[in-house]
Write a protein that binds this ligand. Structure first.
Ligand code: DQA
Length: 142
C-alpha cells in the first residue's frame, strides 16, 4: 500500500514554533518518524510539506491513480480551505486527517475543519502518534 502524507503551512517550523503546543521535535524528526512507521507497518510513504494551498491541491489531484490513501495535516488550511476539501472529494481516495494538537480544546476558529469533511477519520491531540494511527487506520481499510 502506498500512502501520500501531506503537511500544510508552518509544520516545517516544528521544534521552533510554539513548542508549548507542538513540542520540541523538528519537522525532520517527523519525517524520520513517518518513514520508520512505514517500514514497521510494511507500507510505502511519500511525505511532503508546503506553505501554499495550491501545492496541496495539486498533490492531492496528482495522487489519483498513484496512491492508495492520503494522510493529511492541512494545518491552518484546515479551518479555511474549501479547495482542499474539494480536491479530496474529487480524487475520492481514502483520507485521514491528523492534527498534532487537540484543536477542539483550542480557539473556536480551530473547531471547524473543511478537509475533515472528506476524511474517513480524524486523529487530533496525539502528537506524532496521530500519524501512525492514521496509517494503521488506512492499512486496516485495505
Ligand atoms: C495543526 C492545528 C492547526 O489549527 C494549526 O493551524 C496548525 C497545526 C495541528 O497539527 O495541531 O498549523 O494542524
Amino acid at each position: 500500500m502506498k500512502l501520500l502524507i501531506l503537511n500544510g503551512p508552518n509544520l516545517n517550523m516544528l521544534g521552533i514554533r510554539e513548542p508549548e503546543i507542538y513540542g520540541r521535535k523538528t519537522y525532520a524528526d517527523l519525517v524520520s518518524f513517518l518513514n520508520e512507521c512505514a517500514a514497521a507497518l510494511g507500507c510505502t510513504v511519500e511525505v511532503r510539506q508546503s506553505n501554499h494551498e495550491g501545492d496541496l491541491v495539486d498533490w492531492i489531484q496528482e495522487a489519483y491513480g498513484k496512491f492508495d490513501g492520503i494522510v493529511i495535516n492541512p494545518a491552518a488550511y484546515t479551518h479555511t480551505s474549501v479547495a482542499i476539501l474539494d480536491a479530496l472529494k474529487a480524487v475520492a481516495l481514502p483520507a485521514v486527517e491528523v492534527h498534532l494538537s487537540d484543536v477542539d480544546a483550542r480557539e473556536a476558529f480551530r473547531h471547524i475543519s473543511y478537509p475533515g469533511m472528506a476524511c474517513q477519520k480524524t486523529f487530533k491531540g496525539f502528537g506524532f502518534e496521530g500519524y501512525r494511527m492514521a496509517m494503521e487506520f488506512l492499512l486496516g481499510q485495505k
